[in-house]
Design a protein around this ligand. Structure first.
Ligand code: NAI
Length: 463
């Protein structure tokens, strides 16, 4: 018997949660619920949108099923989803997309699982105004973060008997950051010789998903691409009302539908519980309760095929009527092929330990200095000590190549000073002392070269 934290949430949350509770009871799933609270209703009742007792419950049970919560606007309240994601380091967002018979879409044979990195990328939220005209967002991709989500994608593929994992990226343009994601993917793929692996550029992936979705099986993506492509996949199977999801971390997992609390239909008894039921089914598979998962998923499918649907899917059933239909379609245990293989230990993957640049043999060979000026500078020193001015660039492109062109220049420039050999801290300080009085600098970026002599920064583009 598993104890699972149940957060019913706001809006339609309590209605769709009740549907799952009833179906699980009828199916005699070996689960007992521990109720916990989060959301707007919780804020009104307990003065906080996510009480410590809720986090404590998830910590204790390690698995939670969470209904949608309304994010209270203003007042400095913590975002509930961010609080949960941070507290439990939920690094993978897993969204299966499987066609549901009876749900009208353009496709009828979709069977994909999308695994999205859940913490890093532009979602790390490291952003700055650099000048009144220029905003900058840091796209943070790390080896430990990428490895954890990629390893999870392969482990999931193996556990569910899937044939292939595809890495979706943009490493032709984001050569350093997506290059690292792809490098981690290729390394880890070698440890799973039983599973096919390939990679594809994200733009092509979007086209292929629409034209030949059967080409894909499990997809793994950095956060922002994952966010966008997972909605595309939800669209392939019928949209928000049927799209389930789960957040997986080291030792913890929180499952929830993709949709929100739908305040426009809350309390009317017409919400579609399908996405939440499928999220609960995904949770059962995570726990190894494959037999129970298959029974409930089949019952849901039979109910929809028999034409019992909520309004959002073109029917007129209420949430309760639909729930009853699912329960009445539960097949006997003997009719399902999958067997329960309860997982006793929560999923864990070793996080890579942090490494020091010195022990990796990285050496500083220069700096990029970003600065704010209205006119292109003409008086920067060509050389300071051993550091030579290699290029001044604007919007990533070198200026020298454009002295006569009519290119629009932003008021944010970059000067790259590089040396042939590694430089000392004193040489860097001398450069900064020389430049600082001449320009209004905003950012100083160190440039490394690896032990093997590879530059660990992107070249400045020349037109
Ligand atoms: P929403 O997903 O709640 O609703 C969008 C539209 O889809 C509405 O017309 C709604 O009626 C419909 N819809 C959604 N789920 C449905 C279901 N199960 N059955 C039938 N119709 C359904 O998105 P919205 O309106 O942008 O957000 C409402 C609130 O939900 C906001 O406070 C938002 O912050 C929160 N939210 C919470 C999430 C979570 O807790 N994981 C995720 C997304 C939004």
């Amino acid at each position: 018997m598993y104890t699972i934290t149940l957060i019913r949430g706001d809006g339609i949350g309590p209605e769709i949660a009740e549907s799952v509770v009833e179906i699980f009871a009828a199916a005699e799933v070996p689960i007992q619920w521990e109720e916990a609270y989060a959301g707007l209703a919780c804020l009104e009742r307990f003065g906080t949108p996510i009480p410590e007792a809720t986090l404590e419950s998830i910590r204790r049970n390690r698995v939670a099923l969470k209904g949608p919560t309304t994010t209270p606007i203003g007042g400095g309240h913590r975002s509930i989803n961010v609080a949960i994601r941070k507290a439990f380091e939920l690094f993978a967002n897993v969204r299966p997309a499987r066609s549901i018979p009876g749900v009208q879409t353009r496709y009828n044979d979709i069977d994909l699982i999308l695994v999205r990195e859940n913490i890093e990328d532009t979602y790390a939220g490291v952003e700055y105004w650099q000048t009144p005209d220029v905003a900058e967002s840091l796209r943070l991709i790390s080896r430990p973060g990428s490895s954890a989500v990629i390893r999870y994608a392969f482990d999931l593929a193996r556990r569910l008997g899937r044939r292939k994992v595809t890495c979706v990226h943009k490493a032709n343009i984001q050569k350093v950051s997506d290059g690292l994601f792809l490098e981690c993917f290729r390394e880890i793929a070698q440890e799973y010789p039983d599973i096919e692996s390939d990679d594809i550029l994200v733009d092509n992936a979007c086209m292929q998903l629409v034209m030949r979705p059967e080409r894909f099986d499990v997809l793994v993506l950095p956060n922002l691409f994952g966010d966008i492509v997972s909605d595309l996949c939800a669209g392939l199977i019928g949209g928000l009302g049927v799209a389930p999801g789960g957040n997986i971390g080291n030792g913890y997992a929180v499952f929830e539908a993709v949709h929100g609390s739908a305040p426009d239909i809350a309390g009317k008894g017409i919400a579609n519980p399908t996405a939440f039921i499928l999220s609960a089914v995904q949770m059962l598979r995570h726990l190894g309760l494959h037999g129970d998962a298959e029974r409930i998923e089949n019952a849901l499918r039979y109910a929809l095929v028999s034409g019992i649907k909520t309004r959002d899917l073109g029917g007129n059933a209420s949430t309760r009527e639909f729930t009853k239909a699912v329960i009445s379609n539960l097949p006997p245990r003997s009719q399902v092929q999958a067997q329960n293989e309860p997982v006793s230990e929560p999923y864990r993957t070793p996080m890579l330990p942090p490494r020091a640049t010195e022990s990796e043999g990285w050496q500083t060979v220069g700096v990029d200095l970003f600065f704010h000026t209205l006119q292109p500078p003409t008086d920067l020193p060509e050389q300071v000590g051993r550091l030579r001015l290699r290029a001044i660039s604007n919007r990533g492109v070198a200026l020298e190549a454009n002295t006569t062109d009519e290119r629009y220049l932003l008021n944010w420039f970059r000067a790259r000073y590089l040396a042939e050999q590694p430089v000392s801290e004193a040489e860097l300080m001398e450069l900064l002392n020389t430049l600082a009085p001449r320009l209004h600098w905003t950012t100083l970026q160190r440039l490394y070269r690896s032990r093997e002599g590879v530059d660990l920064f992107s070249p400045i583009l020349a037109e």
